[in-house]
Design a binder for this molecule. Structure first.
Ligand code: ARG
Length: 585
């Protein structure tokens, strides 16, 4: 890939000037402002500062050793010590030819492939699957797709909450209030009703709370009846989850729920206690601070009334029961033994930040020898147009199946209004692709750490940073090929780029791989969304400025090739986001 050629030449030049520099840090990136060039390196500034020399001077020395004349018109030292590269149009054309001709991929496989475990979706049995779970599902799936495409080994694991405290309440509810007919009609709704009713009762009546606690202890101790009911609840929930995953096109390599880790929980507590990482306090066992990091960074301390106070992570309750943290420690240990990952990503909402900081810190103390990168990929909450958490009009949690139904229905209205002549079945299929795509894109496009407002009109708009806009851009390119009477898939070579908008589009196309890498490194699918949105914009301007079908043969072939390359990147980019495309809409 073009920028890699430039990068390796740059690295050679840097090595010629400073033989001991870590070349892995000498990278080039697209120039933020095309006025200053096409590509840029900022890496020499840090190198020069570390050596107490002037970055511009270092830049000039490197430039003297740098020959990139086959690809660049001009290379210059600029600003505080950047080096800017200006590409030759012919080099761009040749790079795109190589991609179109299949001699080069538009992105490069990772130079250091990792094994990455991704823990995502992870809804809770018999509890409402909230919009946060859909966001985790969509983000996690996109990260899995991105990493796989780049050649990493990915293991996806759905850490279903199938053993939590909710079962105490559910068992009380099931035994007392179960409506079999309602359960058959809509199992999740009935289980939710039981859960809610008993939760409300627990708040009023401590005796019910105590009963729920006892049912949970019985279940965890292996009581036959409770286990049977628990299995039934689990099976009912799982089939519901599977329906949703089917609609979203999301698959998991493993679904190892919390209950899977029961056999190891006692041992986790024992080991942590034996090593002095955890200790008994007021009858419970918990991990406390060991004072090894400054209080501000210590997840086991909390500032209250101007003082740092203990904020332990509970791993065994006074009644002997284990909890979420214990399970997560056992899970981590299991994953390392089983898959030997280099990295584990946990995709959950931001409210679990403290939990994961504690788990990671406890794990480091437990296994200081293990080198694994543990990342909490957290995200903000989804709000309604009123700025409050996204709820139904009656104030209930939005059910995922209802959300997807509504998306498809609304998309159906948009599609039929645009194409009154299409048969209904075709419109339904397009609406499925557009509706589900719109919901997914709404979750992926904002910076994941900011809260976002869920607004049907915005996410389904054909204009703006939305899935329908990108899907529509894709169909427009397909229709150019229909008009041209040429198949879009033809690996058209022969790029001859001269016009400004052609050059801009071509350069942007070549940045696809870098974008994928940035998504993988920072776990931020929004980079890819922005990239695709910009791509569609560049394409639109190119199409305005450069008639595709009217030029002479060579110009027409070159422009059709640009169309084909754009369509390919759009399609593949959307695929990485987990979003389908359609030929017409
Ligand atoms: N079931 C949890 C929830 O709904 C999410 C689990 C995330 N994964 C984990 N290993 N803790 O909040």
């Amino acid at each position: 890939m073009l920028f890699r050629f430039l990068e390796s030449r740059l690295q050679q030049a840097v090595a010629a000037v400073l033989p001991d520099v870590d070349l892995g840090k000498i990278l080039i990136r697209p120039c933020p402002d095309p006025k200053f060039g096409d590509y840029q390196t900022r890496a020499l500034i840090a190198v020069a500062q570390a050596r107490k020399t002037s970055p511009r001077k270092l830049g000039t020395e490197v430039l003297a050793k740098l020959d990139v004349s086959e690809w660049c018109d001009k290379v210059e030292v600029a600003g505080p010590g950047f080096i800017n590269f200006f590409l030759k149009p012919a080099a761009l054309g040749a790079a795109l030819d190589a991609v179109a001709g299949g001699r080069q991929n538009i992105f490069e496989p990772a130079r250091q492939p990792r094994t990455v475990v991704i823990d995502f979706s992870s809804p809770n049995v018999a509890k409402p699957m909230h919009v946060g779970h859909i966001r985790s599902t969509i983000l996690g799936d996109c990260l899995a797709r991105t990493l796989r495409l780049l050649g990493h080994t990915v293991v996806t694991d759905n850490h279903i909450g199938d053993w939590g405290t909710q079962f105490g309440k559910l068992l009380v509810g099931w035994k007392r209030l179960l409506d079999r007919a309602a359960l058959e009609r809509d199992p999740i709704a009935e289980m939710e009703r039981l859960y809610r009713t008993i939760t409300a009762e627990c708040e009023q009546n401590p005796a019910t709370l105590e009963l729920a606690r006892q049912e949970l202890v019985k279940l965890q101790a292996g009581d036959e009846e409770n286990l049977r009911l628990w299995r039934e609840m689990q099976a009912l929930s799982q089939s519901q989850f599977d329906t949703i995953y089917g609609r979203l096109g999301v698959k998991f390599d493993h679904t190892l729920g919390e209950s899977f880790y029961n056999p190891w929980l006692r041992d986790v507590v024992e080991q942590l206690t034996r090593r002095g990482i955890a200790r008994v306090s007021d009858g419970a066992t918990a991990v406390f601070s060991n004072g090894s990091v400054p209080p501000k960074e210590d997840p086991f301390l909390i500032s209250r009334d101007g003082e740092w106070q203990p904020n332990p992570a509970l791993i065994q309750k006074t009644d002997g029961g284990f909890n979420y943290a214990t399970t997560d420690l056992a899970t981590l240990d299991y994953r390392l033994r089983t898959w030997h990952p280099d990295q584990i990503l946990y995709v959950t909402d931001g409210r679990q930040q403290l939990h994961f900081r504690q788990i990671f810190a406890a794990f480091r103390r437990w296994h200081p020898e293990v080198k694994v990168d543990l990342v909490h990929v957290w995200f903000g909450s989804i709000q309604g147009k009123d700025g409050k958490p996204f709820k139904t009009r009656t104030g209930d949690t939005v059910k995922l199946s209802d959300l997807l139904d509504e998306a498809e229905e609304r998309a159906f209205q948009v599609v039929t209004a645009k194409n009154p002549e299409l048969p209904e079945a075709t419109c339904r299929e397009i609406a499925r692709i557009v509706g589900i795509g719109a919901v997914k894109y709404a979750d992926l496009a904002p910076n994941r750490q900011s809260d976002y407002v869920f607004d049907w009109d915005k996410i389904l708009a054909l204009n703006g940073n939305t899935a329908p806009y990108l899907q529509y851009a894709y169909t427009r390119i397909q229709s150019i090929f229909r008009k041209a009477g040429a198949p879009a898939a033809s690996s058209a070579e022969g790029f001859q780029l001269t016009e400004l908008e052609e050059l801009r589009l071509a350069k942007h196309l070549l940045n696809f791989g870098l974008t994928l890498e940035a998504v993988a490194e920072e776990c931020r699918p929004n980079y890819l969304c922005n990239y695709l949105f910009e791509l569609a914009g560049h394409f639109g301007r190119f199409y305005e400025a450069c008639p595709v079908l009217k030029g002479g043969d060579a110009v027409r072939a070159s422009r059709l090739a640009l169309c084909a390359a754009t369509a390919r990147v759009l399609k593949q980019g959307l695929e990485v986001l987990g979003i389908e495309t359609t030929e017409q809409m």
